[in-house]
Design a protein around this ligand. Structure first.
Ligand SMILES: Nc1ncnc2c1ncn2[C@@H]1O[C@H](COP(=O)(O)OP(=O)(O)O)[C@@H](O)[C@H]1O
Ligand SMILES: [Mg+2]
Length: 255
């Protein structure tokens, strides 16, 4: 059997909390231990970046660049039975990423046979299961948008609002801006969802709710516009609200 590819040496420049670091890895299992915040996960992320050209922690790659640094660079020496290889991944915000295998620029590291396959499990992922409902909702939102493409303007506005909100969320998490700034975007997302839910209701329910709550008309005017008695309109609104609630809870996202 062919000997597997292994990583033998890791070198970092301006990656997260590391200004410069070099680590030699022996064959077999490596355990990295240290106090909280020492940079253990950063090191794993750096190896992942060197092997894939991506972060396993964030979609905002700027976060990988050490505060105060301008370019982050990870170099990995790998080894297989044929010999040693050098994988390099460099990132500078605003520039295209530089990925090299044995000195030659490549578009993707994934195609290279000079790298081992890599799989990562981050305990942070458990947040999805254990954490706040809003985390799950945000994750599902993204999933739904990925799975159900192209559904008219609502979806586009929704994606736009979601993107804005998530960009802001990253800034909130980084402590740059206050969490309250998220509120208008959450309200915008809720409104878009509400419109989508309305769209899915039957004509009568939709008409009653739209007149009453979007156009903000008093019940007697809604009744007059619908050509119904006051009593019948009130009953219709009760049923319409129940239908809205069911649909809203059943399918929160425009898809
Ligand atoms: N871009 C960055 N520049 C400098 N330090 C960073 C950057 N990103 C994260 N850090 C620092 O890295 C530390 C966390 O490292 P981490 O690897 O997550 O710790 P742990 O060893 O607990 O896994 C924190 O102190 C954080 O401030
Ligand atoms: Mg950690």
């Amino acid at each position: 059997m062919a000997r597997p590819v292994t990583v033998r040496r890791v070198q970092l420049r301006d990656f997260r909390n590391y200004e410069r670091a070099r680590l030699d890895l022996a064959a077999g299992v490596t355990v990295i231990s240290g106090p909280n915040g020492a940079g253990k996960t950063n090191l794993l992320e750096a190896i992942y970046f060197g092997l894939t050209g991506r972060s396993c922690r964030t979609s905002n790659e700027r976060e990988m660049v050490r505060h105060g640094g301008s370019v982050t660079r990870v170099a990995l020496e790998t080894e297989d039975e044929a010999g040693a290889h050098l994988l390099e991944a460099g990132f500078e915000p605003g520039e295209t990423k530089r990925l090299r295998v044995d000195g030659a620029l490549v578009e993707r590291l994934a195609d290279s046979t000079a790298r081992p396959l890599v799989s990562v499990f981050m305990p942070e992922r458990l947040e999805l299961v254990r954490g706040a409902p809003s985390t799950r909702r945000a994750h599902l939102d993204q999933l739904v948008i990925a799975l159900w493409p192209g559904r008219a303007p609502t979806r586009a506005s929704y994606s736009r609002a979601l993107a804005q909100r998530n960009a802001l969320l990253a800034r909130v998490r980084a402590g740059i801006v206050a969490a309250e700034l998220l509120d208008p975007w959450d309200a915008e997302l809720d409104l878009l969802r509400a419109h989508e839910v309305l769209r899915r209701l039957g004509t009568h329910h939709r008409a009653a709710l739209t007149l009453r709550y979007l156009d903000d008309l008093p019940v007697p005017e809604v009744a007059a516009l619908l050509g119904r008695s006051l009593h019948a309109t009130e009953a219709l609104l009760v049923r319409a609200r129940a239908a809205f609630r069911r649909t809203y809870e059943g399918a929160e996202d425009p898809r």
